[in-house]
Design a protein around this ligand. Structure first.
Ligand SMILES: Nc1ncnc2c1ncn2[C@@H]1O[C@H](COP(=O)(O)OP(=O)(O)OP(=O)(O)O)[C@@H](O)[C@H]1O
Length: 880
């Protein structure tokens, strides 16, 4: 990056630079030269030489030169002439490398943003950088691997979090000879890790610009460097300032706590599930009990071991049902019923580690009605640490959008089974983005490339590769990878029916299988070959099989084939135990942890063991309420629901048209209203929690929020939304039906109907939360609703004494009673065939009776709270 000072001529070189450039410039240049030798420990030496030389020269710094340069920086000056700018961003966090502006001040605003285009798509990091002049055309340029002299290629730069850019601004300006940082402290807390080199273009005799290589060859310090001490550089001739851009959308990424390198080790993982109702013919025969069902255990994973280090990517391959997802869930800490050990940096697994772990599940668990941006913003607000401001969290979400190439669809709804939204690949990237937001140390992905075309799949794996290179530990299951993708994984774990068949470097897989007698008979994708083997299919035995096949009857042949496959799997299993298990033990012993990492881990565990939420309870409540509002308004105000309400209202209005002088009809209308506004909210709300189960499980297991905040947000948002449609219904029906034409009665009736709605909704939430299964919940809801209706005594007068208490917990009973009381007084009469009859004597009214408003109102309040409490307790008990 910096021209190397020739050995033995170091002092001379520094002095020459100082003398060439004069005063402070010389000091700066000398520092640059010295920087070339930082590794050799000569920086201080060089700086001392440079400083003394610079002080001597300082007096000669020409005021004229300064004035001339300042004039050059005046409006119109800068940017009109050409100069070469070289920006070195050293040891910069990967997330910070983009979206900063380097602005040339002193003229019309000539700032440019440095950003990576398509970096998320795994593009070559040396390309696709852009230098955009704010008020001018955007100029793209490629990044040269300028650190070649330091022995690093472009890809390595990323891995070391060191990026160098070389761009040529092809304006017409006179080359600026020096620039400065301006109060970088205010701009980034990591200012010391920045340096900026700006060089006037050097022209050869033929007038052409020298290449970097030419410049290096010339060994002439062709630039001025600012070694990260901004205030020393205040003698600028023109100012080049690095600062966050004004436009929020391109601001820098906030600094997250650095990725903790995590080495994940899993040993002898065994996982069993109980198949409680699996019948076994053998058991039946042996026990002589034809219909007896035996409780059996099924082993899903048989002693799987492996180790993945930071910066590595482990690919899990295997046929469908081989146990990949189960293992991934266990490694992510989402399943606790396993045997074996899992350690992070050789420290036993603690639950709190799940916060440093990102799990991208096979099915994308996202809200269908939220846009891509809304999804990521909500996740950022909930998951990022409270030390970051809201603005910084938004920026982080924006950066993930850019990184994953989601700009094109950032305002599109995510979509789902019933709602058209972004494409499958984009949805998968949104899922990955949600996990990337927190910069997890360990990222586990379940089939991230499923459903993607080969280019998109490659791009996805490249993104994962880049993440690994930034120090993360990545484990991914993968189906049918192309050979390119296969070779991008550092390690491969091959599973078959829960048994490990191969574990090791992907590049060594074919050699290994060849060494035990299995080899592809023609050039084939190694992944396909491995999958065939995991299924027990091998072409090496096919020849043998063919020889005998003609002589063997068909049924027998099928049996032979199955036996042959089992035989292949058995050979592979034995070979695995004989060769690989032993090798893994050696590897595990040879890679002992450095004490520092271990200490870091211990202190980390101390920190994370204290369960702290990223956001406060009120913040969680506010974010979750907004999200619930955005998601649920589509359900609550969907066209079918609005149409349903309007139709029912109009039909009821017509049927009970102007029933002002028909009291019995009015009672019927009130009963109908109370019943229908019991059914609708009840059946709408039973879906709320079962539908959200996966989301709740995912978010709670990654420690995003408290259950109480979620529960309260969901039920609070539902309340007003559930009340709008009943109110519209009441407005239509009340006046069409000719109920008491005064505002107080109208409002009281509406209030009675609304209370009915809220209690029924609470019952629905409780049933949904207890069952957590839509089918079970709807059956239970039907039974409950009918019980409450029957128990209310509307259909049967002489209810068995043992069941009479039911009506006091029936919201239909109390709801109807409140509605009647809103229309009729206890002594109200109406004209009837016998003259005047009391309203209270009408059959339907006498069942519930008039009066007792307060008791019914309190009962409704109790049911409102009680049902929600049951729902909350049931949710608490749901396993996450
Ligand atoms: N809770 C469970 N109860 C019963 N069987 C289970 C359970 N969990 C997993 N299994 C079984 O374990 C086996 C492995 O399942 P898993 O989902 O881990 O496989 P996989 O390799 O990820 O499959 P795919 O590639 O199709 O996703 C399957 O046969 C599955 O039916």
């Amino acid at each position: 990056m910096f021209p190397m000072a020739p050995a033995g001529n170091f002092e001379g070189d520094v002095k020459r630079v100082v003398s060439e450039l004069g005063g402070h410039h010389g000091r700066v240049a000398a520092a640059a030269v010295a920087a070339a030798d930082v590794e050799g420990g000569r920086f201080h030496e060089a700086n001392a030489i440079a400083n003394s030389s610079a002080n001597a020269n300082a007096a000669r710094v020409s005021d004229e030169e300064t004035a001339r340069a300042r004039a050059g920086a005046s409006p119109g000056g800068v940017g009109e002439k050409a100069f070469t700018a070289r920006l070195n961003i050293i040891d910069l966090d990967e997330d910070l490398r983009r979206n900063w502006k380097v602005a040339v001040e002193g003229g019309p605003r000539k700032s440019f943003a440095v950003d990576v285009e398509a970096a998320g798509a795994g593009a070559d990091p040396r390309k696709n950088w852009a230098l955009a002049v704010e008020d001018g055309p955007r100029r793209s340029f490629a990044v040269e691997p300028v650190t070649e002299s330091m022995g690093a290629g472009g890809m390595d730069l990323l891995a070391r979090k060191s990026i160098s850019l070389e761009g040529i601004w092809q304006g017409e300006a006179e080359p600026r000879r020096s620039f400065s940082y301006e109060d970088a402290a205010a701009l980034t807390p990591r200012r010391s890790s920045w340096s900026l080199d700006v060089a006037p273009p050097r022209k050869s005799a033929d007038g052409k610009r020298h290449s970097e290589g030419d410049r290096r060859k010339s060994k002439s310090p062709s630039f001025l460097a600012f070694p990260c001490e901004p205030r020393d550089m205040s003698m600028e001739l023109a100012k080049l300032t690095i600062m966050p851009p004004l436009n929020e959308s391109v601001e820098s990424t906030p600094k997250l706590s650095a990725t903790l390198p995590v080495s994940l080790k899993f040993e002898n993982i065994e996982y069993r599930v109980s198949n409680e109702f699996e019948s076994s013919w053998k058991d039946v025969k042996s026990w002589g009990q034809k219909f007896r069902r035996a409780r059996r255990e099924r082993v899903i994973l048989h002693g799987i071991s492996g180790r993945v280090h930071p910066g590595e990517m482990l690919g899990m391959l295997g046929p469908s049902g081989s146990g990949k997802t189960s293992l991934l869930q266990i490694l992510a800490g989402r399943c606790s019923k396993y045997e074996g050990t899992i350690t992070h940096n050789d420290v036993p697994f603690v639950k709190a580690m799940t916060r440093r772990t990102g799990l991208v599940t096979q099915d994308d668990i996202l809200y269908a009605h939220l846009t891509v941006r809304e999804t990521l913003v909500c996740a950022a607000l909930l998951r990022l640490p409270r030390e970051l401001s809201r603005k910084e969290k938004l920026r982080r979400a924006q950066d993930v959008i850019t990184e994953l190439g989601l700009e094109r669809c950032h305002n599109t709804m995510v979509g789902g089974s019933y709602v058209r939204g972004v494409s499958g690949g984009e949805r998968k990237r949104v899922s990955i983005g949600c996990e990337m937001l927190t910069d997890p140390s360990l990222l586990l992905l379940d089939e991230p490339t499923s459903g993607l075309d080969s280019t998109a799949a490659l791009s996805m794996v490249r993104t994962m590769r880049n993440l690994a290179q930034s120090g993360k530990t990545i484990i991914s299951t993968i189906h049918q990878p192309s050979s390119v993708i296969f070779h991008m994984f550092d390690k491969v774990l091959l599973l078959s029916e829960g048994q490990p068949m191969f574990y090791g470097k992907g590049s060594a897989a074919l050699d290994y299988f060849e060494s035990i007698g299995f080899h592809p008979t023609f050039a084939t994708n190694p992944a396909d070959f491995l999958l065939d083997l995991a299924n027990g299919v091998t072409h090496n035995l096919d020849d043998l099989h063919r020889e005998v096949s003609s002589a063997v009857p068909r049924r027998r042949r099928a049996k032979d084939q199955a036996e042959e496959r089992n035989c292949v799997k058995k050979i592979l299993k034995e070979a695995y135990i004989a060769h690989i298990v032993q090798e893994s033990k050696t590897e595990s012993m040879s890679r002992e942890l450095k004490p520092k990492t271990f200490q870091e881990m211990e202190s980390y565990h101390d920190t994370v063991s204290k369960r702290e939420w990223s956001t406060s309870w009120p913040q969680q409540f506010a974010i979750l309420s907004r999200r619930a509002l955005k998601e649920r308004r589509h359900d609550s105000f969907s066209a079918p629901r609005i149409l349903e309400t309007l139709l029912v209202a109009v039909i009821s209005g017509l049927i009970w048209w102007d029933s002002s002088d028909k009291i019995e009809d009015q009672v019927g209308l009130l009963f109908f209203s109370s019943t229908i506004w019991g059914f609708f909210p009840l059946f709408n709300s039973i879906f709320t929690f079962p539908q959200e189960r996966d989301m709740l499980r995912k978010e709670r297991s990654s420690g995003m929020y408290r259950l109480s905040a979620y529960f309260l947000a969901q039920s609070t948002v539902d309340v007003p939304m559930e009340l709008v449609l009943p109110f519209i219904y009441m407005v239509i029906v009340y006046w069409m039906g000719g109920l008491k034409a005064n505002a107080v009665a109208f409002l009281a009736t509406c209030a009675a109907v609304m209370s009915n709605v809220l209690v029924a909704q609470g019952l629905g939430l409780a049933i949904g939360a207890v069952c957590m299964n839509i089918k079970h919940a709807s059956t239970s809801a039907s039974v409950m609703m009918l019980t409450f209706l029957l128990a209310g005594g509307f259909y049967a007068k002489d209810i068995a004494p043992a069941l009479r208490w039911l009506k006091y917990v029936s919201f239909s009973y109390h709801g109807f009673k409140l509605e009647l009381n809103s229309q009729f007084g206890a002594d109200d009469e109406y004209p009837c065939s016998t003259g005047q009859c009391r309203v209270a004597d009408i059959d339907a009214v006498s069942t519930v009776g008039l009066g007792g408003n307060l008791v019914s109102a309190l009962a409704m309040l109790g049911l409102f709270v009680g049902f929600r409490l049951i729902a909350y307790i049931a949710l608490r008990r749901t396993k996450i």
